[in-house]
Write a protein that binds this ligand. Sequence first.
Ligand code: SF4
Ligand code: MG
Length: 335
Amino acid sequence: TKPLLKVDNLKKYFPVKKGMLGRTVGQVKAVDDVSFYVNEGETLGIVGESGCGKSTTGRMLMRLLEPSEGKVEFDGQELTSLSSDEMRKTRRDIQMVFQDPYASLNPRHTIGKILEEPLIVHGLDNAKERKEKVRKFLEIVGLSAYHAKRYPHQFSGGQRQRIGIARALMTNPKLIIADEPVSALDVSIQSQVLNLMQDLQKDFNLTYIFIAHDLGVVRHISDRVAVMYLGKMVEIAESEQLYVEPLHPYTQALLSAVPVPDPDYKKEQIVLEGDIPNPANPPSGCTFHTRCPFKMDICTKVVPELIQHGPGHSVACHLYGDESDNDIKKMEGSL
Ligand code: SF4
Ligand code: MG
């Protein structure tokens, strides 16, 4: 496996303006120096509360939003240096599935027209082939060819998300960025859509970035999971590892909120105090210190770096010094 996508030091700062003249009085670091990769055929889950920068990150990967800084390398191409024309071509290979399929499906267009549109935009296939593809992909996502004649309001939420997924598949993409694709759906429908996405991943050799606010949803679909808080990535690990041994106190709190199916297993719920701080005026040092049950003196002063703690497992927290530090402490202790 090789990375299909490599993101280096990605930043998005929005100016905060005040007054009639719109004077810039500060900035919101919506995404603050985020780096990660996604291997071909794998699913990276990105999890965090609303406002943590996960959607902003997703949009920058497609350049629906321009990064303030940083690099996005996709399939050997540096996306941030492409002209808008070249970027338009590349979008064929990167598609997005949105949280609210209803808002992203034009209510005045038939499903057939909605699904055909990406092919027309990218100049793919003739009219007959396009119609053929529409029918094929409706069936692939569990709907029927005759649905092409209907309008978005004639479908349930789950069916509309299937349509959103079909639309994303039309151009035969390599990467799909799914931004909370099941958050608006009932739990029973959620698992159907997740199963469909997993099947499609195998059948079409897709790579996924799966954005969610809840660790429960991404658990089974993700190979690796990244946790974001206030614009920063605070932990990233292989999925199983993250659920068995969450290191960051924020990850531990998010996990403790995930319901456990086994009623005999009692787990301690970590309740976070306070709200997410104002991103325009984030806390000093570790931005999580205002809510962290393990806060130490150093936490208000020094920003913790994202440091590798075990194989494929990195965390940004002062509770975990690097290994060599511990060795030195052990040695000092034994002297
Ligand atoms: Fe908590 Fe400090 Fe770790 Fe931040 S660095 S998560 S405040 S222990
Ligand atoms: Mg969002």
